[in-house]
Design a protein. Structure first.
Length: 155
């Protein structure tokens, strides 16, 4: 999981370095790595909670965390996110692939049938996407206000 987070951070770093802004590159790499780790743990906790409380799963957080470590592996593709015109496609492919591997991880770690595992993945992915989106808006707003206040956007 940490390798996938670092791969995404390296992709973000290279992408920002190509624009020539070293400080933005470092900041983006750190933000990408932190959001990847937060997103992973958020998905683990939400999937475990939703799967056990709503869809008859029988697993603990440790089981789900271990299984999701493997399910997060496709996120390594984000190291290629610096490639113009392909970065969005790479992100979407990695996300869909992670959802598919997350289905297998949930089915195995929570001892669910296919239907309950699919419902757990769908509900937890929607919740995690919404929370991550809100966190990104807040962090982006804070960084944008800070950059505007320091004159970093006046280039």
């Amino acid at each position: 999981m940490l390798i996938a987070a670092l791969a995404g951070a390296v992709g973000a770093l290279i992408g920002q370095l190509l624009t020539g802004n070293i400080l933005a590159a470092i900041g983006m790499a750190i933000l990408q790595a932190v959001l990847a780790v937060v997103g992973y743990y958020l998905w683990v906790f939400v999937a475990q909670y939703v799967g056990t409380k709503l869809f008859k799963g029988t697993g603990d957080v440790g089981e789900v965390r271990r299984a999701f470590g493997f399910a997060y592996a496709p996120q390594v593709l984000n190291v290629l996110s610096f490639i113009p015109c392909l970065n969005v496609i790479i992100g979407i492919v990695a996300w869909i692939w992670s959802i598919a591997t997350g289905f297998v991880a949930i089915r195995q770690s929570l001892d669910q049938d296919d239907t309950n595992a699919a419902l757990t993945v769908i509900v937890s992915a929607i919740v995690v996407f919404a929370i991550t989106f809100i966190i990104s808006l807040v962090v982006g707003g804070i960084l944008g206000v800070g950059a505007a206040a320091t004159g970093a956007l006046s280039r």
